[in-house]
Write a protein that binds this ligand. Sequence first.
Ligand code: TXA
Ligand code: MG
Length: 325
Amino acid sequence: MAKIIPANPVKPAIERVLELLRQSVPVALPTETVYGLAANAHDGIAVARVFALKNRPQFNPLICHVGDMAMAERTGVFDAVARKLAEAFWPGPLTLVLPQQPSSEVHELVTAGLGTVGIRWPQGFAAEVASILGKPLAAPSANKSGRVSPTLAAHVAEDFAADELLVVDDGPAVRGLESTIAKVHEGSITILRPGVITAEMLAKAAGVAVTSHSSHDDQAQGIEAPGMMASHYAPDATVVLDVDGCSQTDALLAFGARATPAREIAGHVLNLSSSGNLEEAASNLYTCLKELDGHSPKRIFVEPVPQEGIGLAINDRLKRAAAPR
Ligand code: TXA
Ligand code: MG
């Protein structure tokens, strides 16, 4: 049984978490993007337990969450471009994939032996824990592998109902969508996973061009973005990315203000953002998908979301949710 404790008051919560981490026991922690399943990144046993709890394939590396810049620099090698991005966006929803620092003690299970390491300095509770532990936290999203990422402590408890797991509750994740993952290699930037920090924002902050890794290349590129499997972030219901033949047994995920027949017909309707605000839509995406899925509809139809700015990240996740399983 998963057990939920509040993040506030913060001192006893952090003490409880540190006690478990020091015993190599993974803990679910809040971050501003989604909830993470955290372990000391230097502790191979603890990291192996994270993979086992999630049923995650071990070729898929984990992100190291740091509590300050010095810890980040002990973990990865920062060139001028990486440093500019860190200055502009940390703490925040950006993961940098960098060459691993040769002296870093991050366990090779975390990096899947790639020679690179994903590093993120998150906002809030998780960063405080990393800081006090003095070691990075390896933490994937706190969901069973292939399932929708959790934006509430209750989502984590649901996915891990059959496991013994402590979940620290700090309310709804503010961003609601996983971090942007950017690989910095010889001064150039490649986006491996789109997020609320967009290519335009990265290019502006670093002063260099940004390329995007197309998910269609996954097979060809093998391990480049190992976690970006075609089918991912999947609810139980079939997700359909257009609105065609909607009936009462279907649910509808709407976007923007318009009146359509499907909105009248669908058994359950939720709107990502009735004002058409993409940031709001990103923060609501997983919560809405989970809520609609909870009604056990036959299908979840999704209205189109504009393919611009944060819309790219939203459409990326929707496409994976709709992919054949
Ligand atoms: O917002 C987030 O990023 C959340 C919170 C908890 O921080 N974490 C998260 O972790 O989404 P996860 O494990 O669900 O996704 C991490 C992604 C995977 O696709 C993995 O393949 C990729 O990061 N990744 C990690 N290290 C990498 C590396 N060295 N090279 C390429 N991709 C890497
Ligand atoms: Mg995940």
